[in-house]
Design a protein around this ligand. Sequence first.
Ligand code: CAA
Length: 381
Amino acid sequence: MDFDLSEDLKMIRETARKVADEEIAPRAAALDEGKIFPAESMKKLAELGFCGFLAPEKYGGSGLGNLALVLALEEVNRACASTGVTLSVQNSLVASPLNRFGNEDQKQRYLPKLARGEWLGAYSLTEPGSGSDAAALITSARRDGDFWVLNGSKNFVTTGSYADLLIIFARTNPDASLKAKGVSAFLVEKTFPGFRVGKAEDKCGIRGSDTASLFLEDCRVPAANLLGQEGKGFTIAMDTLDGGRIGIATQAVGIGQACLDASVKYSKERKQFGKLIGEFEAIQWKLAEMATELDAARLLIYRAALLRDRGLPHTKEAAMAKLAASTAANRAAKEAVQIHGGVGYLREFPVERYFRDVRITELYEGTTEIQHLVIARHLLR
Ligand code: CAA
C-alpha cells in the first residue's frame, strides 16, 4: 500500500491550494451574502483544466481521474463550497456519465465544451414527488419520429439555471410500476424547445451555487440525444451518483478542514482565564477529534476514488466515504462554532458560513439515511 501521491498529483493539489487561497477564498463571503453564482471562479478553474479531470485528452480533458479530482476539489471546497459543488457536478455528474455511457458522436459534440468549461452542465434526477425514492420519477418521454418528447418537472437541480447541457432522467415506459426499469437518460440542451428554467431556490448554505427547478413542456429532444440504452437510464443515474458521492464526501472534508484550520488559529490567539484557549484540554480534545475524523474520511475518499479509477466495484465504498465525511464535517463545523464561542455565531467570522454550508452534505446526492441503506444492502446481500 502506497500512501505517497505522485509528483503530478502533488502538483495538482498545490495548484488548487494556491488558486483557492488567492482567488476563490477572498470571493466566498460575498458570493454567499449576495447569492452570486461563482462564474468567475469557474472560469479560472476551467483555465487550469479543472473541468476536465474525467474527460479523456482526446475530448479536451486531462483524463487524470477521480483521485486528481478529489485532491483539487478538497482545496476548492475549503475556500468556497458554492464553487466546490459547481465544480463537482461539472466533472462527476455530467462529464463522467457522458464519457462512460455516451456514444462517439455525443462525446465529440459535448465533452470538449464541458471539459474546457465553455459549457456548464447539470444533472436532473429529482422531482417534487421523488427524492430518495428516485425510481418513482414521473417525467415522461414519448417517441415521436426522430425526437423524444419530454413532459414533467424537476427540482433541486444544481447549476440548473446556468447549464448549457443537462442530463435529464425520464420515463420512456409509461408503466410506473416498472420503476427503475422504465427510465432513460437524455442529453438536453438549454435551447431545445419546451425546456424552461423555473425559480432558483433561496438556501440556508452554499448560497452562491444555483439550485433550480425545471419544466419540460413538450420538450423536443433529438433521438440522437438518448444517453445509453433506452430503459437503462436508472443504472446510469446510480453509477453517476457513485462518482458524485465521492465528490460530495470531498466537499464535506474540504469544509471540515476549513473549520479545523480556523479553530486551530483561533485557539492560538484567544485568551480566557489568563491563558490561550488552546491550552485547555476541553479545546484540545475537540481539535484532536476533528482532525482524526476528517483524516479517516479522507482515506475513505481516496480509496473510493482509486477503486472508481481502476474500474473496480465501489458503490459501497463511495457511500461509506460520503457517510463518514459528511458526519465528520458536520461535527467539525459544530465544534468550530463552539470553539469560537459567541463570535462563531457572527456573519463576519467564516465558521458561521461553514456551519451553514456543511449541512447540505448530509442531504444531497443521497441523504445520510440513503448512504446507510446502500451500505447495509451490500453487507446483507
Ligand atoms: N450502479 C449501477 N447500477 C445500479 C446501482 C449502482 N450503484 N445501484 C442500483 N443500480 C441498478 C440496479 O442494479 C437495478 O438494475 P437491474 O434491475 O437492472 O438490476 C436498478 O438500478 C434499481 O436498483 P434498486 O433496486 O437498488 O433501486 P431502488 O429503487 O431500491 O433505489 C436507491 C435504490 C439507492 C434508494 C436509489 O433510489 C438512490 O440512490 N436514492 C437516492 C437518490 C439520490 O441520491 N438523489 C440525488 C440526486 S442529485 C442531487 O442531489 C442534486 C445535485 O445536483 C447535486
